[in-house]
Design a protein around this ligand. Structure first.
Ligand SMILES: [Zn+2]
Length: 378
């Protein structure tokens, strides 16, 4: 009995601590009094948890609430010290693997990129990643407290067990990537699907601070999508929610990697767009400008189908914002083309409903950093 009570107390303490850190992360410096009111805890409980967090260095005191007239500790503003701890962010993609060392705010100290090696045994490749991490840490003595790592990977993952279940083009079998990397680094590791991880980053560091419901679309090489509902990632049955790329847009279309036919990905994936017009990665706008009429027409049709699928999905989910990211959308020309097409289908897309991610310049590593901070530390 006593043991059970202990476990429960610990869970409650962790969840209250997480609520406080997430609230301050989302709203900026907050007084203890306002924290208690917002989270629904007693002032005494808030004071006790904040004392712990101050002691550990996660929180710091930052002046006094200008709107308060009362004196005392309860009106002092508390903020997160983003340099209190650091994390490794590892993103394993089909082509490249990015490793970064970041603070709690997702600001990187350094980033390295190495080719993903699908021919190496997973243990061997993860060992190589860990060696890079350790070398990086040695170059940044100020990042003394490295406390966890985030691991982003394509395909399905089992977050509880830390398993990559199906990472197409990377590993053919299930790989206990989390536990392997954890053992190598001697740190807790949070594994997450790369697109979901990017959505968590939006939640923690991007638009999710302002909006409760988001659809996050990450292009390249396929079409990744994640849904944030009431500030939580919605994963659905078998973690397969928000498969925007596998909306059927052409009943008689080409076979898709998912086993069906005519999915959006068969029209707008990297490979599909390459077939319409050749382009260099990162210069889609230039390639579009240089294309001939027939190529432009085919590309416009692909973007029109993309827009139609986004608008239809938004009709079901009603997100506040639809966030787009990925190398295709680095081009303003292509972003505008998509937005215009969405607007033709639905006038509510006229304003900023469809927007380019604030985190686009950090998209190579910000996802796993956020997943790790969000799940393990905050
Ligand atoms: Zn499909």
């Amino acid at each position: 009995m006593v043991r059970h009570a202990g476990v429960n107390m610990e869970t409650v303490r962790k969840s209250n601590r997480s609520a406080i850190l997430k609230f301050i992360n989302g709203h900026g410096p907050t007084s203890r009094k306002d924290l208690a009111r917002a989270i629904g805890l007693t002032p005494a409980a808030v004071s006790q948890i904040c004392a712990e967090l101050l002691e550990e260095g996660y929180l710091l005191e930052k002046g006094r609430n200008p709107e308060s007239r009362g004196a005392g500790r309860r009106q002092i503003l508390l903020d997160i010290d983003h340099d209190a701890a650091f994390v490794y962010a590892v993103n394993i993609g089909p082509k490249d693997t990015v490793i970064a060392l970041c603070n709690l705010g997702g600001k990187k100290l350094e980033e390295v990129c190495l080719p993903t090696d699908p021919l190496a045994a997973p243990e061997e490749f993860l060992h190589r990643i860990a060696e890079h991490c350790k070398k990086m840490a040695a170059r940044h003595p100020l990042a003394r407290e490295i406390v966890a790592a985030g691991l982003g990977i394509t395909g399905l993952v089992d977050k509880e067990a830390g398993i990559s279940q199906r990472a197409y083009g990377i590993w053919e079998t299930e790989v206990a990537a989390g536990p392997i990397l954890s053992k190598e680094l001697g740190l807790p590791v949070q594994i997450e699907n790369n697109v979901n991880a990017f959505a968590i980053a939006e939640l923690l560091y991007g638009r999710g601070k302002e909006y409760e419901n988001l659809m996050v679309i990450k292009w390249g090489p396929g079409v990744g999508c994640a849904m944030v509902i009431d500030r939580r990632l919605y994963e659905g049955r078998h973690n397969k929610a928000a498969e925007l790329g596998h909306f059927i847009v052409d009943a008689d279309g080409e076979p898709c990697s998912c086993g069906r036919r005519g999915c959006l990905e068969t029209k707008v994936s990297y490979r599909a767009l390459q077939k319409i017009m050749p382009f260099a990665e990162g210069n889609f706008g230039g390639a579009y400008e240089a294309a001939d009429e027939a190529q432009k027409e085919a590309f416009d049709e692909a973007i029109r189908l993309f827009a139609q699928t986004i608008v239809n999905s938004a009709t079901i989910m009603a997100p506040n914002r639809i966030i787009i990211a990925g190398s295709l959308f680095r081009s303003r020309k292509i972003r505008d083309l998509l937005a215009e097409n969405c607007k033709k289908f639905d006038a509510s897309f006229g304003g900023e409903r469809l927007m380019y991610s604030d985190l686009a310049d950090r998209e190579s590593y910000i996802g796993p950093a956020a997943a790790c901070v969000n799940e393990i530390l905050f």
